[in-house]
Design a protein. Structure first.
Length: 288
C-alpha cells in the first residue's frame, strides 16, 4: 500500500476513534435512572431493573452494591442498604389492577418488601454513592389490604403524587396507592454525604410495604466544554481533511488521464517534439 493510501486509512481510523469517544462522552453526560423492584426475582421485570433480592427476595438485608442504570444497563457505583433487620416479602397487587404507566410496569407492583410495626418500626432503605447534587425519588406503596404507612425521604414528606392528588400522610396502600394507580414523588432531593434515606413507619399494629423505587439524577454530569470541542472539532477536521485528500487524489488522477490522452492523440497525429507542462508530460519523451 502506498504511503499516501496508508496515511488516508490512518486518518479515517483516528477520526472514527474520536467520534466513538465523542459519543461515549455524550452518553456519560446523561443522568442515572435507577429502577428498583423490591418484591420480584432478578429477571422477572422487563428491562434493566434492579432486583436486590436476586433469586431470594423473601428477606432483604444488608447491602447490594453497584446498581445498574436502566437506560444503559451499566453499573453506577450506587449501592442500596436495607439495614440489619430483614425486610420480608409481602404480597402486593395480587389482583393485578395497578396499570402500567410512566416508568412503572408489572410485575413491579405485584409484590413488595415490608415489615410489621410489632417487630420493627422506623425501617429505612439507604442509597449511597450518589454524586449528583439533586435527585427525584419515586416510591410505590400499594397492596390488596387495608393499612397505612408514613413514608419520608431524608426526613421529608413527598412533594406530590403521580396523579396530582394531595399527598396523604399516612398513605393508605389500598385507597391512595393501589386502586387509583398512584404513588409518591419527591423532587430536588439533595443527598446527605452522598446518601438518600427512604424511611417508613406505621401506626399501632399496622404494616408497611414498598413495591418499587425509582431514583433519577437531576444534574447531568456535563463534560468540560474543552473536551467536547476537542473530540468534535478534531473528528470533523480529520474527516474533512481525509475527504479533501480523496478529492485531490481523484482530481490528480483525472488530470493525469487527460494529459495521457493528449499524448496518445498527439502521437497518433504524428506531432513531434511535443512539450507538456503537466508532470506526466515531463515524464514522456516524444522524438521525431
Amino acid at each position: 500500500m502506498k504511503t499516501s493510501a496508508k496515511l488516508s486509512v490512518m486518518i479515517d481510523q483516528t477520526a472514527a476513534v474520536l467520534m466513538v469517544m465523542f459519543v461515549a462522552t455524550a452518553l456519560q453526560a446523561a443522568p442515572i435512572d435507577l429502577r428498583i423492584d423490591l418484591g420480584n426475582k432478578a429477571g422477572e421485570t422487563a428491562g434493566n431493573w434492579n432486583n436486590p433480592g436476586g433469586t431470594d427476595p423473601l428477606h432483604l438485608t444488608g447491602s447490594y452494591p453497584d446498581l445498574i442504570d436502566f437506560s444503559t444497563g451499566l453499573g453506577t457505583g450506587v449501592g442500596i442498604n436495607f439495614g440489619t433487620y430483614p425486610w420480608s416479602q409481602f404480597n402486593g397487587d395480587s389482583s393485578g389492577v395497578f396499570p402500567d404507566q410512566s416508568w412503572l410496569v408489572q410485575p413491579a407492583t405485584q409484590d413488595g418488601t415490608g415489615w410489621t410495626h410489632s417487630i420493627y418500626n422506623g425501617a429505612a432503605i439507604t442509597l449511597s454513592g450518589l454524586v449528583e447534587s439533586r435527585y427525584s425519588v419515586e416510591v410505590v406503596s400499594a397492596r390488596d389490604a387495608y393499612y397505612s404507612n408514613s413514608i419520608s425521604v431524608n426526613g421529608a414528606l413527598a412533594n406530590r403524587t403521580y396523579l396530582g392528588t394531595p399527598v396523604e400522610d399516612p398513605w393508605d396502600v389500598q385507597s391512595h396507592g393501589l386502586y387509583p394507580g398512584n404513588w409518591l414523588i419527591w423532587d430536588n432531593v439533595s443527598p446527605i454525604v452522598g446518601e438518600i434515606t427512604i424511611q417508613m413507619s406505621t401506626f399501632a399494629t399496622g404494616m408497611g410495604i414498598i413495591n418499587a423505587v425509582r431514583v433519577v439524577g437531576g444534574d447531568p454530569v456535563v463534560p468540560e466544554p474543552s473536551s467536547l470541542a476537542m473530540f468534535g472539532i478534531g473528528a470533523l477536521g480529520l474527516f474533512g481533511y481525509s475527504r479533501r485528500r480523496r478529492q485531490t487524489s481523484a482530481a490528480a488522477r483525472d488530470l493525469y488521464k487527460g494529459r495521457y490522452a493528449q499524448i496518445l492523440s498527439a502521437c497518433s497525429r504524428g506531432i513531434t517534439n511535443t512539450r507538456l507542462s503537466a508532470p506526466l508530460g515531463r515524464m514522456v519523451k516524444i522524438s521525431a
